[in-house]
Design a protein around this ligand. Structure first.
Ligand code: FAD
Ligand code: FES
Length: 275
C-alpha cells in the first residue's frame, strides 16, 4: 500500500545496537511517533546526509512505538549504518508494500524459512505470530547461515525453543576451524527432511538470498506445498519505493507496491524472478 506515510519521514533515535554477527547488526529505534506496520512490509531508512535504503522491520508488528531493523553491511548506505552509534538519529519513511496475511493462517501449521539476513523479516513474522500463538496450530522456523559466526539472534534461540508449539531448527553450511556448532551442518533446504508437516493447505514463508529462495521454493513444491501457499519476500533493488522509478520490476509487477510479499503462483511465470 502506498499512502501518505510513504512520503513522510519520521525521525527516530537509536537507543540500542545489537551486533548480531561480524556483518549484521540490529538497530533498536525509538521513533518520534509510533509507526504502525504489518509484518512483511518494509520501510525506507534514511541515514542523514548519506542516503536511504529499504529494510524490513525485524520486530513484532504488535509494537509500534519502537522498531528493530536488522541490517547487513553490503555497500555505501549500510556501511554507514554500521558506523552509527547509540543516540544517533535516523529517518523512517513508510511502511510500504504488502504483508503476510497472518489472519488467514489461524489454526494452521506455519513454516518459516529464513536464510542469512533473511532471518530479519522472518523474525518480525515469527514474533508477530508468537504474540498470538494460541491462534496457530504450530510454528516451525528453519534458520540457515553460512557459518556459526554468521548465525544471528543467537541470544534468543533457547527462549524461543521453550515455547510450546514452536519448533526451531538451525543449520550452517560449514563450521570453520575454531568455531563451535552442535546443530545441523547442511544447506537450509535439507532441514525440510527433519520436519513432518502436512503441506496441504498450510502456509510457508521463504526469505533469503536469491539462490536459497529459488531452490527452497523447488524443494517446497517437491515436499507438496501448494504454489499459492508459498510466500516469497522479494528483495529486489529499489529506489523510490512507491512505484515511480521501475527499479524493482518483476515482469508486470513492482516489488515495492505489489510486493515485497508475493505468493509463488503470482510471479512464477514472470521473467528472471530469482535474479
Ligand atoms: C523490501 C526490501 C527489504 C529489505 N530488508 C532488508 C533487511 O531487513 N536487512 C538487510 O540487511 N537488507 C535488507 N534489504 C536489502 C537492503 O535494502 C540493501 O542491502 C541495501 O539497500 C544496500 O544498500 P547499500 O548502499 O549499502 O549497498 P549498495 O552500495 O547499493 O550495494 C551493495 C551491494 O548490495 C546489493 N544491493 C543493493 N540494493 C539491494 C537490495 N535492495 N536488495 C538486495 N541487494 C541489494 C548490490 O547489488 C551490491 O552487491 C531489503 C531490500 C528490500 C528491497
Ligand atoms: S522502487 Fe521505484 S518503482 Fe519500485
Amino acid at each position: 500500500m502506498t499512502d501518505k506515510n510513504s512520503y513522510e519521514v519520521t525521525a527516530a533515535e537509536i537507543y540500542e545496537i545489537i551486533e548480531e554477527s561480524p556483518t549484521i547488526r540490529t538497530l533498536r529505534l525509538k521513533p518520534e511517533k509510533p509507526i504502525p506496520f504489518k509484518t512483511g512490509q518494509f520501510v525506507e531508512l534514511t541515514i542523514p546526509n548519506i542516503g536511504e535504503g529499504p529494510f524490513t522491520p525485524s520486530s513484532s508488528h504488535n509494537i509500534a512505538d519502537t522498531m528493530d531493523i536488522t541490517i547487513m553491511k553490503t555497500g555505501f548506505v549500510t556501511e554507514h549504518v554500521h558506523k552509527a552509534k547509540v543516540g544517533d538519529r535516523v529517518g523512517i519513511r513508510g511502511p510500504m508494500g504488502t504483508h503476510y496475511p497472518i489472519d488467514e493462517w489461524k489454526g494452521k501449521d506455519v513454516l518459516i524459512m529464513g536464510g542469512g539476513v533473511g532471518m530479519a523479516p522472518t523474525r518480525s513474522l515469527f514474533l508477530s505470530l508468537l504474540d498470538n500463538i494460541n491462534d496457530y496450530k504450530s510454528i516451525t522456523f528453519l534458520a540457515g547461515a553460512r557459518t556459526p559466526a554468521d548465525m544471528i539472534y543467537k541470544q534468543h534461540i533457547d527462549g524461543w525453543r521453550k515455547i510450546d508449539k514452536v519448533n526451531f531448527l538451525r543449520s550452517v553450511d560449514r563450521v570453520p576451524e575454531g568455531e563451535v556448532w552442535d546443530e545441523e551442518v547442511c544447506l537450509i533446504t535439507k532441514l525440510l527432511d527433519k520436519i513432518s508437516i502436512d503441506p496441504k493447505g498450510n502456509p510457508v514463508v521463504v526469505c533469503g538470498p536469491p539462490v536459497m529462495m529459488k531452490f527452497g521454493t523447488m524443494d517446497l513444491l517437491n515436499y507438496g506445498y501448494e504454489e499459492n501457499n508459498i510466500y516469497l519476500s522479494m528483495e529486489k533493488k529499489m529506489y523510490c519505493g512507491i512505484g515511480h522509478c521501475r527499479h524493482c520490476v518483476i515482469g508486470k509487477y513492482y516489488a515495492c507496491k505489489d510486493g515485497p510479499v508475493f505468493t509463488y503462483d503470482t510471479i512464477k511465470n514472470e521473467e528472471n524472478i530469482w535474479e
